[in-house]
Design a protein around this ligand. Structure first.
Ligand code: BV8
Length: 266
């Protein structure tokens, strides 16, 4: 049952006067753009695999072409889709608040495409590629547009011609970018409102951020059609798709702001 306007308005009233907003997003935020969530991404021919079998450095070393094919299929998909109303609503928060930072687990780059200007990519980006051996330092960025790339075969790094090219994402068992994680943790401790959207709250250390925010007395809002491991840390849960819930929340915030201006104008 999708929340009614009263709940949306209550959330808007609870956060309207704040300044620092953090939006923590997961795969559900991109679902309405047609990007399968991480577990959905293992549908079809990938259904027999689990993420640990494909999204790890060991999997890539064991079978680089198999892992490369999975990422190229997802990369082409991401190139072909557009942000959805939820992404645009998150971007429009910047018109209402002095500081809005998106901490995303997603690797699809859609927040930036939608206009968000401060996005922390906790798990890297499927749109970027690098040398597996970091032959020129971490990361040795590789522009695959300059290479003869096929969907089936992981290309050799053009610099060392020894290691293969891999997606610039954080695999299971790999550390998150230190600066990104440090900034995410610092913001989760000092923001005014923490909106967590479209994540099951399974994957660490990203999944700990809502708990950190809650522990620091910060208002936590969850937007997700389902209850998740994050729900217990939320002051408000908007049970619906982000592409519908977020635009309604923006509308309610704008109405409050206009109401304020109208009052002041009297
Ligand atoms: C690390 C990039 C040090 C690749 C990804 C404790 C501490 C530290 C680490 C661990 C720990 N416990 C376990 C670990 C190891 C591991 C981990 O968390 N494992 C899990 C399986 C338990 N973590 C790591 O390895 C991390 N590295 O910590 O290094 C270390 C290492 C080993 C051991 C100890 C320490 C690295 C993790 C990063 C992995 N890379 N992505 C790629 O994309 O290919 S993770 C990938 O899966 C995504 O990035 C994302 O983070 C995750 C999927 O999660 P969600 O985004 O939540 O998506 P999901 O499909 O689960 O859920 C979708 C949600 O959307 C649902 O709730 C659904 O209801 C909702 N939804 C659906 N439709 C909508 C919607 N919501 C809104 N609107 C809709 N329309």
């Amino acid at each position: 049952m999708v929340p009614d306007n009263d709940i949306i308005r209550a959330v808007a009233e609870a956060i309207e006067g704040f300044r620092l907003v953090v939006v923590a997003s997961g795969a559900g935020t991109s679902k309405e753009s047609g990007v399968p969530t991480f577990r959905d991404a293992l549908e079809g021919l990938w259904a027999d695999f689990d993420p640990e079998e494909l999204a790890t450095p060991q999997a890539f070393q064991r079978n680089p072409d198999l892992v490369w094919s999975w990422y190229m299929e997802r990369y082409r998909k991401v190139q072909s889709v557009k942000p959805n109303p939820g992404h645009y609503a998150i971007a429009s928060l910047e018109e209402l608040y002095p500081q809005v930072t998106v901490l995303t687990q997603n690797v699809d780059g859609l927040h930036a495409v939608a206009g968000s200007t401060d996005v922390v990519e906790l798990h890297g980006s499927i749109r970027r590629f690098k040398c597996f051996a970091a032959c020129r330092g971490e990361p040795t960025r590789v522009d695959i547009a300059q290479l003869e790339v096929t969907e089936e075969k992981a290309p050799l790094c053009p610099y060392c011609a020894t290691a293969k090219v891999r997606p610039d994402v954080v695999w299971f068992g790999e550390l998150l970018p230190v600066a990104a994680l440090e900034r995410a943790r610092a913001l989760s401790e000092k923001c005014d409102v923490f909106v967590v959207v479209g994540t099951s709250g399974v994957v660490e250390p990203a999944a700990s951020l809502p708990r950190i925010a809650r522990a620091h007395g910060i208002t936590v809002i969850e937007i997700n059609p389902e209850e998740t491991l994050v729900s217990r840390y939320a002051d408000f849960c908007l049970r619906g798709p982000s592409g519908e819930m977020l635009p309604r929340l923006i509308q309610a915030l704008r109405a409050l702001r206009q109401g304020d201006h109208a009052e002041r104008a009297i």
